[in-house]
Design a protein around this ligand. Structure first.
Ligand SMILES: C=C(C[SeH])C(=O)N1CCC[C@H]1C(=O)O
Ligand SMILES: [Zn+2]
Length: 597
């Protein structure tokens, strides 16, 4: 009878989950060995280990299928079986599984090891994305130098990946079908467990677009003031190489010469860190201390032993920041090529947020050791970083001096946050809208680059610095496209992190709606055990419940909504509207003159 069947199934599930933990540990170790020492030998070893593990997963899956779990009464048992009933890419036959692995490791290693020549010294051709090219984008104000770095990087990391990417799309779509999906787009969206996920993304964009358009218009004007109207037009898109970032995804590096009130003292965290001889280790210790101040869990001893926090000089590694769970309850690592600056200070908190989530759900069954959805995993560290980047906190830790806020410094602060958080949204939205179209074959290989730029022009209001053709493949010049990492998670994160921030700030007594002395922008939850405990309760759930239950536990809301973000930035939105009216700046953008289709 059902009672006996569920009991037997529970025994089976305990065994399967333990075996799965060992498999995931081996997979993570193989992946770590390869991405922290990129060699052909390590690539081969990783592929063989993953192949062996996929065969074991397939065998276990055949057994799991035998259980009639759909009518089990026990919610948690049914949810575990539901998750294990999805085999994933292991459903591919061996040869196609290996082929798919090779397309991804080929793109990823190409991206990680790509080099370009210096603009100022044509014979110096050993510039990597990190730290050299990133440094150019954060400091250069020479449009020609920025254009050179942009074009060379998109050639080296983008165009070269087109063949692999095309094969990857075909093989990955085959895996999607074997898992019961029409294509990878539907598979990726199914992870969010809501029937209208794509409509929700579009609705969120409608909610934040007016604010983005105001920010875009203001920044275009300030860039035109600086570079002239031959380089930046009055009514067109913004050239993508002038926004301080290779992908124009966050614009923090142009703050110094575009901020609203330039005569107000700028909080230059990078300079303060360098003046105080900060090291990467000090940045990690400060982040760990912030989490501990909330009564969250300290980084375990293996974290400090096994993490890679600076770029090695003796080998090639994947520098793009990442956080790792080895599924044994004690081995958790970060790998990143830290440089001492504000950007990496933020990234360190972002990655530590992933580790804290791993620590909080480490007693869950392995199958539930995941974010409530992937956006949650990306939002934890950023939510903490919203407190850390407040002037109040920066003064508290000695990274900012000066007096408390006045109207103008508050607008400057909101602008600083806005060119990070508001600017990012259309970029994130386009990256997976593009890939949804590719997986659904609405975008064919001969149209990849044209469709990519059409979306970026239409939604983000940026244009390439030079004409593009279908010999280019600019999407792969972004890490996540070359490494097969889904990106809607960041779009979700940049929305819900403001819902989380409002929740923890209220619990910390740092925010009250309508109270001018408790504005969201000034909130710092540092040392608030009440906030930390509520956050921990949400994180402990892992993916054991649908994400609305997790969100409700912390915020009382059950949907992702832009209201937190819009409340946070309301004073900036008002200021931008008034300022753009004062200068008569055109809101929005007309079609580009650049050719890319
Ligand atoms: C820091 C990470 C590793 Se999960 C990252 O990829 N992020 C963090 C914010 C957006 C996105 C990016 O860099 O494109
Ligand atoms: Zn992340």
């Amino acid at each position: 009878d059902l009672e006996a069947r569920e009991h037997e199934a529970r025994e089976y599930m305990l065994h399967l989950d333990k075996a799965t933990g060992l498999r995931k540990n081996r997979a993570s170790l193989a992946e770590w060995e390869y991405t922290s020492n990129i060699t052909k030998e390590n690539e081969e070893k990783s592929i063989q280990t993953h192949l062996e593990l996929s065969r074991q997963e397939k065998a276990a899956w055949e057994e799991t299928k035998m259980y009639g779990w759909q009518d089990f009464q026990d919610f948690t048992l049914r949810r575990m079986f539901k998750k294990y009933s999805q085999l994933g890419v292991a459903a591919l036959p061996d040869d196609k599984f290996q082929a798919l692995m090779r397309t991804v490791s080929g793109m990823e290693s190409n991206y990680a090891t790509a080099k370009i020549c210096s603009y100022k010294n044509e014979s110096k051709c050993d510039l990597s994305l990190e730290p050299e090219i990133t440094e150019i984008f954060s400091t250069s104000q020479d449009p020609e130098e920025l254009k050179h770095a942009w074009v060379e990087w998109h050639n080296a990391a983008g165009a070269t990946a087109k063949k692999n990417f095309t094969d990857y799309v075909n093989l990955y779509n085959e895996a999607a079908k074997l898992n019961g999906f029409d294509n990878v787009a539907e598979w990726w969206q199914s992870e969010y467990e809501v029937p209208d996920f794509e409509e929700q993304l579009a609705k969120l964009w409608e909610d934040v677009k007016p604010l983005y358009q105001q920010l875009h218009a203001y920044v275009r004007k300030r860039l035109r003031d600086k570079y002239g109207d031959k380089v930046v037009s009055a009514r067109g898109p913004i050239p993508a190489h002038l926004l301080g970032n290779m992908w124009a995804q966050t614009w923090n590096n142009i703050e110094s010469f575009t901020r609203p009130y330039p005569d107000k003292k700028e909080i230059d965290v990078t300079q303060a860190m360098r003046d105080q001889n900060y090291t990467p280790m000090k940045m990690f210790q400060m982040s760990d201390e912030f989490f501990r101040s909330l009564n969250l869990t300290a980084m375990p001893e293996k974290f400090w032993k096994n993490s890679i926090i600076e770029k090695p000089t003796d080998r090639e590694i994947v520098c793009h920041a990442s956080a790792w769970d080895f599924f044994d309850g004690e081995d958790f690592r970060i790998k990143q090529c830290t440089t001492v600056d504000y950007e990496y200070f933020q990234t360190t908190h972002h990655e530590m947020g992933h580790i804290q989530y791993y620590l909080q759900y480490r007693d869950q069954p392995v199958v539930f050791r995941d974010g409530a959805n992937q956006g949650f995993h990306e939002a934890v560290g950023d939510t903490i970083a919203l407190s850390v980047s407040s002037p109040k906190h920066l003064r508290r830790v000695g990274l900012a001096t000066g007096d408390a806020e006045d109207e103008q410094t508050e607008i400057n602060q909101l602008y600083k946050m806005g060119i990070d958080k508001i600017a990012f949204l259309p970029f994130a939205y386009t990256l997976d809208l593009f890939r949804y179209g590719v997986f659904r074959r609405k975008t064919l290989p001969e149209d990849y680059n044209c469709h990519y730029w059409k979306l970026r022009e239409q939604l983000q209001g940026v244009e390439p610095p030079v004409n593009r053709t279908e010999d280019d493949f600019d999407a792969a010049a972004k890490y996540h496209v070359s490494s097969n990492v889904e990106y809607a998670r960041y779009y979700v994160s940049f929305i819900i992190q403001f819902q989380f921030h409002r929740g923890v700030c209220q619990l910390a007594g740092e925010h009250a709606a309508g109270d001018p002395n408790k504005k969201l922008v000034d909130c710092d939850i540092y040392q608030s055990v009440a906030a930390g405990n509520a956050l921990a309760n949400m994180l402990k759930m892992g993916s054991s419940k649908p994400w609305p239950d997790a969100m409700e536990a912390l915020t009382g809301q059950r949907e992702m909504k832009a209201d937190g973000l819009l409340e946070y930035f309301r004073p900036l939105h008002d200021w931008l509207r008034a300022e753009n009216q004062r200068t008569g700046e055109h809101i929005g953008w007309e079609p580009t003159n650049m050719e890319y289709c």
